[in-house]
Design a protein around this ligand. Structure first.
Ligand code: FES
Ligand code: FES
Length: 153
């Protein structure tokens, strides 16, 4: 039986009817048109589906949508204010992605880190993105982009 849930999604209150078994990832992508979270592994292992839930990154492929009722969700679509964030600009400047499939999840993890710790060391950066699998870049350009933004802020 469907249940109506209300989210604050990227700054807007949003109500949607969901089945009890529906994953948050499917609701975001298929019912709410938010496409930045990606379906990678579907098992909570790759980080491609990450969003910020009340400021903390969560894996939406293993979370039921009903669990998000009343919560605040931010996806990459909601990060921009007046254009791209400095972090996003830095990723572009460093060519930090190739296919880009991992990009939204990594941006979410890096945003979470920089919000709580604006000047992390490289080890802290690597630890923060350790749960985001990228099969293209080798992570060097990703780490460089995050390091750079910590220096410019
Ligand atoms: S798709 Fe969710 S962690 Fe891989
Ligand atoms: S850029 Fe292709 S998976 Fe990361």
């Amino acid at each position: 039986m469907k249940k109506e849930i209300t989210l604050k999604l990227n700054g807007y209150e949003t109500t949607v009817a969901v089945e009890p078994h529906e994953k948050l990832l499917d609701v975001l992508r298929d019912k709410l048109g938010v496409k930045s979270p990606k379906y990678g592994c579907g098992r909570g292992e790759c980080g491609a589906c990450s969003v910020l839930l009340n400021g903390k990154s969560v894996r939406t492929c293993i979370m039921y949508a009903v669990e998000a009722d009343g919560q605040e969700i931010v996806t990459v679509e909601g990060l921009e204010k007046d254009g791209l964030t400095p972090l996003q600009e830095s990723f572009l400047a460093h060519n930090s992605f190739q296919c880009g499939f991992c990009a939204p999840g990594i941006i979410i993890s890096a945003t979470e880190l920089l919000t709580s710790n604006p000047h992390p060391g490289e080890e802290e950066i690597r630890e923060a993105i350790a749960g985001n699998l990228c099969r293209c870049t080798g992570y060097g350009s990703v780490v460089d982009a995050i390091v750079d933004v910590t220096r410019s802020e």
